[in-house]
Design a protein around this ligand. Structure first.
Ligand SMILES: C[S@@+](CC[C@H](N)C(=O)[O-])C[C@H]1O[C@@H](n2cnc3c(N)ncnc32)[C@H](O)[C@@H]1O
Length: 270
């Protein structure tokens, strides 16, 4: 029987969720996220014919596979093509021309893949005039749902609007499709991108060092000490001359890590 009425989430139970979510994702849910959490968990609780947030929490703790569902529910996956144009100006006008051979890029916390595919379009466009240039892009995210979207690679609406409006020539050249069925980047570009589920606090399998890492709009979900832990971890994957790119509402200058400001949103290693 489907139960529509669920007991309210009290503060003690919310605190337990905060701990579990932190353990599983590194995300710190602040008290003002309680209503958001209730809204996101409710549908799942009803689907499981449960009566309370407490009951669902026990279920998560006992069932490892449910942790994946929890991750998909609690992560915020807002993203779109060509997000923060100043970063793309840096990447295309200065970064790529100075690195003409081959580059390895990591879009960490890629969400549904728009950042990785924007990178691919920019690299491919650069490659047109620099035939010896080569690139590989890895996109990773902790949410399996968003990695499914990445692998499907079809986009429309708000996800592509800024790119379509501000870079119409590039858009028409590299994005194939239409408004009804959606657009995907041209198949010859997709072969340079790999997506996989990965928690950024964990080790990345394989022998990976990246020339540039995009870690945008995810640090905001972590508390200060976790941001420091993460940056100390991420630096192991960055080439000594590489760059780390963060999000517009983020700053890491005061965290005392080995990253130093190169220019707004772009960091290098000491
Ligand atoms: C707001 S999106 C940012 C997407 C993209 N980087 C951008 O700036 O447009 C944040 C993403 O971080 C992911 N995320 C949160 N915690 C993570 C973790 N521990 N490991 C990997 N990804 C994580 C979420 O699943 C979500 O897709």
């Amino acid at each position: 029987m489907i139960t529509e009425s669920i007991t309210d989430l009290d503060n003690a139970c919310f605190d337990k969720y905060v701990k579990v979510v932190h353990n599983v994702t590194g995300i710190t849910l602040l008290p003002n996220r309680k209503t958001m959490l209730c809204g996101r968990l409710k549908k799942r609780i009803i689907q499981l014919s449960m009566n309370s947030y407490e009951e669902y929490l026990s279920y998560i703790i006992k069932n490892d596979s449910e942790k994946d569902t929890l991750i998909n529910l609690v992560t915020t996956n807002e993203t779109y093509f060509y997000r923060t144009p100043r970063v793309w100006d840096f990447f295309t006008q200065r970064y790529l021309p100075e690195n003409k051979n081959s580059i390895n890029i990591w879009s960490a916390a890629s969400s549904t893949g728009e950042e990785a595919y924007t990178l691919a379009v920019m690299c491919e466009n650069f490659k047109n005039d620099n035939k010896s240039f080569d690139y590989k892009i890895l996109g990773t995210d902790i949410s399996s749902d968003v990695i499914d979207v990445c692998n499907n690679g079809k986009y429309n609406g708000r996800s592509i609007k800024r790119f379509q409006d501000s870079k119409p020539v590039l858009f028409d050249q590299y994005m194939k499709g239409n408004n009804e069925s959606g657009y995907s980047v041209a198949p010859n570009i997709r072969k340079n991108i790999t997506f996989k589920v990965h928690n950024i606090f964990s080790d990345l399998s394989g022998n990976n060092t990246f020339d540039i890492i995009f870690l945008r709009n995810v640090l905001i979900y972590f508390k200060k000490e976790d941001q420091i832990t993460l940056l100390n971890h991420i630096k192991n994957y960055l080439h000594p001359d590489g760059f780390l790119v963060i999000g517009e509402s983020e700053s890491i200058v005061r965290l005392g890590t080995d990253f130093i400001l190169h220019e707004p949103l772009i960091y290098s290693l000491k």
